[in-house]
Design a protein around this ligand. Structure first.
Ligand code: GRF
Length: 202
């Protein structure tokens, strides 16, 4: 497998930054061929440019359907020979167009212990539900939201006085450790998928 990544973002891009830094510092053997944002004001775009990565903005509002937007994204990823796609705060649900083009080669990071608290504001959901432990999950992307086979998870305790903000900050610290580790496993061919289970071969 080539080690060429495409990263899709919509906002802040702190997970993107960690990937770029890990590559720059020699901790992750990979190459970010393109960073695509569906928002032209995503701060993550500037992070990508500073790291010398190619960027593209494709606004979903310019397309008639989810599939048409995904075809355009797929076009860019293909142009750059992307092998593995990393969703890093990409706030769009993928259609089968993208999922089928990269079977078990799209990763997402989500700020909860899936399958708990899918969708938006996972940390707020955790605080409001009163769970004592939450965390983050890196999973392979399938055609359902926050659903595909789980690669890695990290727990984070929920404290009595946690707010959405304080919990989010502590989960984010763990996200930043987990994502590069998961990307490395996939690029190294260490992941075998058996139904819902992603088996890590050591
Ligand atoms: C992270 O919490 C990630 O888990 C979720 O969206 C957020 C993106 O943050 N999918 P950033 O843009 O990587 O800083």
């Amino acid at each position: 497998m080539s080690r060429t990544l495409g990263v899709l973002i919509s906002g802040r891009g702190s997970n993107l930054q960690v990937i770029l830094d890990a590559i720059d510092e020699g901790r992750l053997d990979a190459y970010v061929a393109i960073v695509i944002s569906n928002k032209n004001d995503a701060p993550g775009l500037e992070r990508a440019r500073k790291a010398g990565a190619t960027t593209a903005v494709l606004s979903h509002e310019d397309y008639d359907s989810r599939e048409a937007f995904d075809e355009a994204v797929l076009g860019r990823l293909s142009e750059h020979d992307v092998e593995v796609v990393c969703l890093a705060g990409f706030m769009r649900i993928l259609s089968p167009v993208l999922v089928r083009a990269f079977p078990n080669r799209i990763l997402n990071i989500h700020p909860s212990l899936l399958p708990a608290f899918v969708g938006l504001h996972a940390q707020k959901q955790a605080v409001e539900h009163g769970v004592k432990v939450s965390g983050c999950t890196v999973h392979l992307v399938d055609e359902e939201l926050d659903h595909g086979p789980i690669l890695l998870q990290q727990t984070v305790p929920v404290l009595e006085d946690d707010t959405e903000e304080t919990l989010s900050a502590r989960i984010l610290e763990q996200e930043h450790k987990l994502y590069t580790e998961a990307i490395r496993l996939v690029l190294d061919g260490k992941v075998r998928v058996d139904g819902r289970r992603a088996i890590i071969e050591t």
